[in-house]
Design a protein around this ligand. Structure first.
Ligand SMILES: Cc1cc2nc3c(=O)[nH]c(=O)nc-3n(C[C@H](O)[C@H](O)[C@H](O)COP(=O)(O)OP(=O)(O)OC[C@H]3O[C@@H](n4cnc5c(N)ncnc54)[C@H](O)[C@@H]3O)c2cc1C
Length: 555
C-alpha cells in the first residue's frame, strides 16, 4: 500500500505539527516539500482548485485533508478518541509499557479497564530505535515493533484503548476517583494508575531532535553497547547520572569527553573522584553545546567555551545527553504527593498519597527508568489494585450481611495462571452498583411509605387539597428527569443515588409540613393519586437500573 503523502513546506508550523503527530503514531509517510517539488505543488493546486493551503495530506485511499487539526487527523486514522463508558473499575493514565502491561493483567482478571494515552500508545519504547536489553529478544528488537506487540496483546484481551487524548486531572470523589480528559469526558473509577512516564530533558539545540537515536542518545545502558570499539564518545552533563554513565561508557570507547556548561561538576564527591582519576575520561567545564549535525547519523558536534567564546568542532561516534529527566506529572495539581523533582512518591504497594490512586513505571520516584522495570512495576501495581478491588467487593458483601463472596479472588488467581484466550468480560458487580441498588431500595421504601400514608389518610377521611396530593407525583417525575440529567452530566452513580435519597427524605418532610389538616376530601381521589405516585416511583426505578451504568453506552 502506498504511504500517506504530506505536502508542505519547512517554514509551515502546521506542517511540522502534522508530521510530528504522524511520526508519533508511527504512520509511514512521504514528505513532499512543495517549495522544491513543482509536481507536488501542482497536486496541491489541483486538489484545491488553485489553492495552496498546507499541509495537504493525501491518504492511501485517495482522500485528502487540508490543514487538518490533530483531532481531525486522529479521526481520519481511526483512532479511538473517546471512552465508551463513564464508569470503570480502573482507569490507566498513560499507554507506555507500564500502562499496557497493567492493562493486560487487568483485562485478564476481568477488571473493567481503559487506558487513556495523550499521544501514541507504546510510550518511550515506541519511540526507541533499538532495544537490546529487553529479555526474550536475543537479537534485540525495534522499539516500535515491541510497542506494537504490547498493543496487540492488550487488544487481544479487549482492553479499551483511547489515544491522542490527554488526562487533565485526577480527583477523589466519594470513595472513587474522577479522571478528567482533555476531550471533556469525566471517567469515574474505583482506582486509577498513573503510568505517565517521564521524558529526557533535551538541550534544545539544532540537529538534536532529528539525530535522536542516530548518534544522539539519552540512555547509556540502552544504547552504549552500539558504540563498542569507538574512538570517542561525548557525555553532556555534570550531575551524578552524567558521570556515572560516563564511567559505564568507558568499556565501549577509548575516550569519553564529559562536557558541562557549569564551572564545576555537580555530582557527588565520590563519583567525581572516580571520574577524575579515570585515564580514559577528559572533563571540559564552562562549555556548552551549540549544535549537532549529520545527514543520516551524527557527524559533528559544535561547542562553545563560555568564558572565551571560542568555538570547537568534535567528531565523536555518539553524544549522550544527561541533563535531567522531567516527569509527566503537570496534570497532578493537588492531592498526589510529588518529590522535589516532580516524580510521584508511592509506598511499597505503589499507592500514592491519594486513596485509590497508584503509580508505576518511569513516573514513580525511585524508578530505574528501564523498560523491563516499567513493565514489572505495571504488573506489580495491578496486583495491588486487584487486591484493593477485591477488598472493596468483599467489604460490600459483608456489609450486606451475606457470606463473604470469595469467588472473584479464586477466579482471578486461576485467570493469572491458566487462562490463555481472551476472557468473556463478566458484568462486574462493583461497589458503586451495590450502593446504587441500596439507594434505589431506600428510595422505593420512601415512596411506598408515602403511598401507604396517602392511602391511610384517604381511608380515614382526612382530607387534603388536590395540590397536596399531586406533589408526590410531580416529585416522582422530577426525580426521574433529574436522575437522567445527573447521570449524563456526572458519571458517578453514588452522587446520583445520594441526591435521590436526599430528595426522598425531603419529600417525606414536605409531606408532613404541607399536610393541611382537618379538611374533608374524597378517599378515592387520594388513593388514586397515591397509586399514581407509586407508579411514578416505579417508573424511575425500572428506567434507571444501576447495572446499566456499568454497560457500554450505545453511541
Ligand atoms: C531514546 C530512548 C531509548 C531507550 N532505550 C531503552 C532500552 O534500550 N532499554 C530499556 O530498558 N529502556 C530504554 N529506555 C527507557 C524505557 O523506554 C522507559 O523506561 C519505559 O518506556 C518507561 O515506561 P513507562 O510506561 O513508565 O513510561 P513511558 O514509556 O514514558 O510512557 C508513558 C506514556 O504516558 C503518556 N502520558 C504522559 N502524560 C499523559 C497524560 N497527562 N495523559 C495521558 N497520557 C500521558 C505519554 O505520552 C507516554 O506514552 C529508553 C528511553 C528512551 C527515551
Amino acid at each position: 500500500m502506498p504511504d500517506l503523502k504530506v505536502y508542505g513546506a519547512p517554514w509551515c508550523p502546521d506542517c511540522k505539527r502534522s508530521k510530528k503527530f504522524l511520526a508519533e503514531h508511527r504512520i509511514p509517510m512521504e514528505w513532499i516539500d512543495i517549495d522544491q517539488d513543482h509536481d507536488g505543488l501542482r497536486v496541491v493546486e489541483k486538489l484545491q482548485a488553485g489553492g495552496r493551503s498546507i499541509p495537504t495530506i493525501v491518504f492511501p485511499d485517495g482522500s485528502h485533508l487540508i490543514e487538518p487539526s490533530d483531532d481531525e487527523l486522529a479521526r481520519k486514522l481511526g483512532l479511538t478518541l473517546e471512552a465508551s463508558r463513564q464508569f470503570y473499575e480502573l482507569v490507566i493514565v498513560g499507554g507506555g509499557p507500564a500502562g499496557l502491561a497493567a492493562a493486560l493483567y487487568a483485562a485478564r482478571e476481568g477488571i473493567s479497564v481503559v487506558i487513556v494515552e495523550k499521544s501514541a500508545l507504546g510510550g518511550q519504547a515506541g519511540a526507541t530505535k533499538r532495544i537490546e536489553n529487553y529479555p526474550g529478544f536475543p537479537e534485540g528488537i525495534d522499539g516500535a515493533d515491541l510497542a506494537e506487540r504490547f498493543i496487540a496483546q492488550a487488544k487481544r484481551y479487549q482492553v479499551e484503548l483511547v489515544s491522542a487524548v490527554e488526562v487533565t486531572s485526577i480527583e477523589p470523589e466519594m470513595g472513587n476517583v474522577v479522571v478528567k480528559l482533555g476531550n471533556g469526558q469525566e471517567l469515574c473509577a474505583h482506582a486509577a494508575l498513573i503510568a505517565t512516564g517521564s521524558r529526557y530533558r533535551q538541550l534544545g539545540v539544532p540537529g538534536e531532535s532529528s539525530l535522536t537515536g542516530a548518534g544522539v542518545h539519552y540512555c547509556a545502558t540502552c544504547d552504549g553497547p552500539f558504540y563498542r570499539g569507538a574512538e570517542e564518545i561525548l557525555v553532556i552533563g555534570g550531575g551524578n547520572s552524567a558521570l556515572e554513565e560516563a564511567l559505564f561508557l568507558t568499556q565501549f570507547a577509548k575516550k569519553i569527553r564529559i562536557v558541562s556548561h557549569g564551572s564545576e561538576l555537580r555530582a557527588s564527591g565520590l563519583v567525581q573522584a572516580d571520574v577524575r582519576r579515570h585515564p580514559q575520561i577528559e572533563i571540559m567545564l564552562d562549555t556548552e553545546i551549540v549544535a549537532f549535525s549529520g545527514t543520516k547519523k551524527l557527524e559533528e558536534v559544535v561547542a562553545r567555551q563560555r568564558v572565551t567564546g571560542e568555538e570547537q568542532r568534535w567528531h565523536p561516534a555518539a553524544a549522550f545527553v544527561f541533563v535531567g529527566l522531567d516527569p509527566n506529572t503537570a496534570f497532578l495539581r493537588e492531592g498526589v504527593h510529588l518529590d522535589q523533582r516532580g516524580f510521584v512518591t508511592t509506598d511499597a504497594s505503589f499507592r500514592t498519597s491519594l486513596p485509590g490512586v497508584f503509580a508505576a513505571g518511569d513516573v514513580r520516584a525511585g524508578a530505574t527508568k528501564q523498560l523491563g522495570a516499567a513493565v514489572g512495576e505495571g504488573i506489580a501495581a495491578l496486583l495491588q489494585i486487584r487486591a484493593q478491588l477485591q477488598q472493596q467487593r468483599l467489604t460490600v458483601s459483608l456489609d450486606e450481611g451475606g457470606a463473604p463472596d470469595v469467588t472473584p479472588v479464586t477466579s482471578a488467581t486461576a485467570n493469572l495462571s491458566s487462562s490463555t484466550g481472551p476472557p468473556t468480560r463478566p458484568d462486574p458487580p462493583g461497589r458503586v452498583a451495590r450502593l446504587a441498588v441500596r439507594g434505589w431500595i431506600a428510595l422505593a421504601a420512601a415512596w411506598a411509605a408515602a403511598a401507604v400514608a396517602l392511602a391511610a389518610s384517604a381511608a380515614l377521611g382526612i382530607a387534603t387539597g388536590l395540590v397536596f396530593h399531586l406533589h408526590p407525583v410531580a416529585i416522582a417525575i422530577g426525580s426521574a428527569w433529574l436522575y437522567r440529567r445527573l447521570e449524563e452530566a456526572r458519571p458517578c452513580p453514588t452522587r446520583s443515588v445520594a441526591f435521590l435519597v436526599g430528595l426522598g427524605a425531603l419529600l417525606s418532610a414536605s409531606d408532613e409540613a404541607l399536610r393541611p389538616r382537618g379538611l374533608a376530601d374524597a378517599p378515592w381521589l387520594a388513593a388514586a393519586i397515591g397509586l399514581a405516585g407509586l407508579a411514578g416511583a416505579s417508573w424511575v426505578l425500572l428506567r434507571a437500573d444501576p447495572r446499566s451504568l456499568l454497560q457500554p453506552r450505545a453511541r
